[in-house]
Design a protein around this ligand. Structure first.
Ligand code: BG6
Ligand code: MG
Length: 217
């Protein structure tokens, strides 16, 4: 029985996935590494340092630990200037009404983001009150596709994984939801998110009725 919804943030609730993309693209190109949207799919849902490692590997570049920290911090500064401008208007279509619908139906809600900026983003979006729990990304040991963050979210809202549905835009995120043994809703391209149980190309299509229909199939 459905008792909880666990949301990813970037690319699901708001389009900060685009800001991460732009910030990584700048960093990669400054290092002379070609960077496009196809390559970016591999970074979605992946932590800051791990993303940097993937980019450096692609460019066959070796940096000292100190230089890696500097590059990652610089990417984050760039990202932070972009999220400063976020307002509630930046919520993706239908997301807030879906969250409200979930709360009204007595469901628990939680955020399972890999981003250390998640708290700042949900505050700017003014949806903090619609989330019963937010997993602190800084305390997650194994990033997506490992299920840890989704399992932690379920635990924090007092539910079993089987009672929760996860919503993700990233390949690694969908894998994490499935590894947690939850029903996975993918937001985005059905081909890249083929491991999801239900893929929607637009967040407007995410309603409680539509979800329940998919769950009962
Ligand atoms: C995820 C994003 O939500 O958070 C990734 O999909 C990002 O692109 C990751 O790298 C970590 O974010 P941050 O804000 O801690 O650098
Ligand atoms: Mg995401």
């Amino acid at each position: 029985q459905l008792k909880g919804i666990i949301f990813d943030l970037d690319g699901v609730i708001t389009d900060t996935a685009e800001y991460h993309y732009l910030a990584w693209k700048q960093l990669a190109e400054d290092l002379g590494i070609p960077f496009d949207r196809t390559f970016n799919e591999k970074l979605k849902g992946i932590s800051r340092m791990e993303s940097l490692e993937i980019i450096l590997e692609e460019g066959n570049i070796t940096l000292s630990e100190e230089e890696k920290q500097r590059q990652a911090a610089q990417k984050n500064e760039h990202y932070k200037t972009m999220i400063e401008k976020i307002t509630p208007d930046d919520l993706l279509p239908g997301v807030k009404s879906f969250m409200e619908e979930a709360k009204a139906a007595g469901l628990k809600t939680a955020l399972a983001s890999a981003s250390k900026n998640a708290q700042a983003v949900i505050e700017r979006l003014e949806v903090t009150h619609l989330l019963d729990s937010v997993v602190d990304a800084a305390t997650v040991k194994q990033g997506k596709p490992h299920p840890e963050v989704f399992l932690r979210a379920a635990e924090q809202i007092g539910l079993n994984a089987s009672e929760c549905v996860g919503v993700e835009d990233a390949q690694a995120g969908v894998k994490a939801i499935k590894a947690a043994d939850m029903f996975a809703v993918g937001v985005g391209d059905p081909v890249s998110l083929q491991e999801a149980d239900w893929v929607i190309q637009d967040t407007k299509l995410l309603t409680l009725d539509a979800l329940k229909e998919k769950l009962n199939k």
